[in-house]
Design a binder for this molecule. Structure first.
Ligand code: NAG
Ligand code: NAG
Length: 415
């Protein structure tokens, strides 16, 4: 007879480019006791051989006996259903971590509907049908909060752009699945080891280039007091696990009573007819929602100062009035060319030379736009008792990131 495993089983969907590898490393560490008896990770990429950057640590995790990776197309419902079939000796999956969603800003609305909204809907429905004890949805910071102050979960943050509208709609869709043991983590700007994704990674990279050129790094949006709250990838993993452990004994009804928030409509009303998964505009689905950011209350200015001082240079702004900024955005290709050129120099002058790296000094339109994301993290601390592992964005946390990139050969080592 098969032994009944005491530790929970877990499924992670998507996020190979963002957060799933860090969560896998927490659930099944290379050295130490695993938190789960079985972990299945599902994404669209191949990992052997990798068709995307996966970092030096993840291949070792994939070799652990408790870990299984499945390459799958999650837009197909029957595929999703089969991913929930448990391995032999297990009765089902206890915890589901949903890191899916299209993260590229240049994708069309149709792609957002298909790959973010509909995929999550199919995953949520299947997880509810299979009675998963917890379903943790990660919500990236595609919002613009009010300029002043910090904002708790009761405040209605405005989704930013097409990507923001559909990521937010996805929360409403998931929250409308009544039996789904859903917890939503609404995070700040991610950074951390083996994570080339996001505006903070771009900032670290470009600051290194300015340090190398011995020039001050200049950005738009003076005076830079706009909040760009940050969160370390270890805390995304830690809080995802804490959320599952919090939800499992409670169930959705009790969890809603403790931490439920209304998810308000921010879409075009005509879309409700078009996208059958969407709840009507006047419905306000309720789900447990938690902000997840570190304690540093990062702003554009504080991030800029922290990364540039780490690389021995300074941070400054172009002296422009906002009305000329938009014309100026067109000229940024030239500046990007300088960044990319200097970064290529750094890679070639490295000892040993860096021939392959996921990192780029190119700043895309999103990285250059002004963002205001100020979330208050008091609720997750109070309700779950969550304690941040990396509460500050500082030289120490940047050093860890850069050192790990150096060690795996993704970052230049210059004499
Ligand atoms: C995934 O499945 C959809 C629906 O069948 C299909 O249109 C798409 O091309 C598939 N994607 C890949 C990468 O195979
Ligand atoms: C989105 O899904 C619909 C219905 O399955 C399909 O007809 C359409 O081609 C898809 N579009 C994109 C851009 O993926």
């Amino acid at each position: 007879m098969a032994e009944i495993p005491k530790k929970p089983t877990a499924l992670i969907f998507g996020g190979l480019n963002t957060c799933s590898r860090a969560l896998a490393a927490l659930l099944v560490p290379i050295n130490g006791d695993p938190l789960v008896s079985f972990l299945r990770i599902v994404d669209k990429y191949s990992v052997v051989p990798p068709t995307t950057y996966i970092g030096a640590e993840f291949p070792k995790i994939l070799e652990m006996p408790q870990v299984e990776y499945r390459q799958a197309n999650l837009t197909v419902e029957s595929t999703i259903q089969s991913m929930f079939d448990p391995p032999e000796g297990h009765s089902g999956f206890d915890y589901v971590f949903d890191f899916t969603g299209e993260v590229r800003h240049d994708r069309t609305e149709m792609i957002q509907i298909n790959n973010t909204c509909k995929v999550a809907h199919m995953l949520g429905r299947e997880a509810a049908k299979r009675k998963a004890k917890a379903y943790i949805r990660m919500q990236l910071p595609f919002y613009e909060t009010q300029t002043k102050g910090t904002h708790d979960e009761k405040e209605d943050a405005k989704p930013a752009g097409t990507i923001g509208i559909w990521w937010h709609e996805t929360l409403r869709v998931l929250a409308s699945i009544e039996d789904l043991n859903l917890v939503i983590l609404r995070i700040g700007f991610i950074y951390g080891p083996y994570t080339p994704f996001g505006v903070v990674a771009s900032g670290i990279n470009v600051a290194a280039v300015y340090g190398y050129m011995k020039k001050p790094m200049k950005l738009l949006w003076s005076p830079g007091k706009n909040a760009n709250n940050t969160v370390h990838i270890d805390d995304i993993a830690g809080a995802a696990w804490a959320s599952a452990e919090w939800m499992a004994p409670l169930g959705r009804t009790a969890a809603n009573q403790l931490a439920g928030e209304e998810l308000l409509f921010h879409n075009d009303k005509s879309k409700v007819k078009e996208v059958g998964e969407m709840p009507p505009h006047n419905v306000k689905p309720v789900a447990p929602l938690f902000n997840l950011v570190d304690d540093s209350e990062s702003t554009l200015l504080s991030i800029g100062q922290t990364v540039t001082s780490f690389f021995g240079t300074t941070f400054d702004f172009f002296n422009l009035v906002e009305s000329t900024v938009f014309k100026f955005m067109d000229d940024l290709e030239d500046i990007n060319e300088q960044h990319v050129g200097a970064w290529t120099d750094m890679l070639m002058n490295s000892n040993p030379p860096v021939t392959k790296t996921p990192l780029t000094a190119y700043m895309d339109k999103y990285a250059l736009e002004k963002h205001v994301v100020a979330f208050n993290n008091a609720k997750i601390k109070a309700v779950m008792g969550y304690k941040l592992k990396k509460p500050q964005f500082n030289h120490e946390t940047i050093k860890e990131v850069v050192d790990k990139w150096k060690a795996e050969g993704s970052w230049p080592t210059l004499a």
